[in-house]
Design a protein around this ligand. Sequence first.
Ligand code: ATP
Length: 311
Amino acid sequence: MTIRYHIIANLHSGSGKGRKIALDVHRILDKQAIPFTFYQTEYRKHTITLIQTIARQLKQDERILIIGGDGTLHEAVTGLIQANLKIPVAYLPAGTGNDFARSIGMSSHYKTVLKAILKADHPTLIECFIYRDEEKDVKGIGLNSLGMGFDGKIIQILNDKHTKKTILSAVGLEKLIYLKSISSAFKDRKTFDISVTVDGETYTDSDILIVGAMNHPYFGGGIKIDPESQSNNHELAVMMIKNMAFPELVKLLTKVLTTGSHIHSEHFRRISGKEIAIQVMATAPTQVDGESLAEDDYHFNFELASFLLWQ
Ligand SMILES: Nc1ncnc2c1ncn2[C@@H]1O[C@H](COP(=O)(O)OP(=O)(O)OP(=O)(O)O)[C@@H](O)[C@H]1O
């Protein structure tokens, strides 16, 4: 059976990587006489409505392929879960960070990934999470992580400095993009008290720099911030990092980037489980999958969810 592909591509992802990959996919499919329809995302969140429209009309011999970064895949999965559409998607990573693709061991060569997609005969179940603050009426999905505090601040700074991100990404220094923002985020840091509940047990702490729910180890384009997390292991982890002086932060970051021994630091704490709630007692910059949420004093409940991936 010949399959027709509905390709949703964010041509701006990965500072032009999305455009290059999309053009090449176009060429490869043409060459193999594989039919496809091409849709280009035109604004933020466009992928959510696009995928819902396509998925609702999808025929038996048709599949959806997403080309973009973590943000684009995040929107695609949001669209499907929001509309309760249990339709598998294929995904070609073309972003700056590509932490989701890294977490599930996808090849970094898009031609290899495309080959596997074209041969795939059954989809794989991939775990993600749903976060919800009932009182503030805020709800969404996460593929990688949701973090409040310092990491939320880093993402805010990066989104304000889009040009820098573009330049560093173009020369392949994705990790540096995040690391360069750390000192400015640190200067403006705010710390807060937290209450965390994991599988019925509550922990409180104060002077917290970062608290977040992790679905796998990576943040910021391959920074292995929570090496003990694993994708698809039927649980999430809460990661907490306490406030510290700048020299200690540098030491901790060196460990993050080298041995991973930061997990033994007195500043680092991790608790894993299935049912998680995180409450921050002051407003904090917040990020989900590398995109900012409005700064607020959230009380989030997390639950595991899943989607289907052709790979
Ligand atoms: N035409 C567009 N103009 C502006 N923004 C867009 C457009 N299409 C998509 N977007 C937005 O771009 C954001 C970033 O895209 P994406 O995450 O795919 O790329 P990236 O940031 O380069 O990759 P990564 O998240 O892996 O680092 C998404 O949140 C999406 O809403």
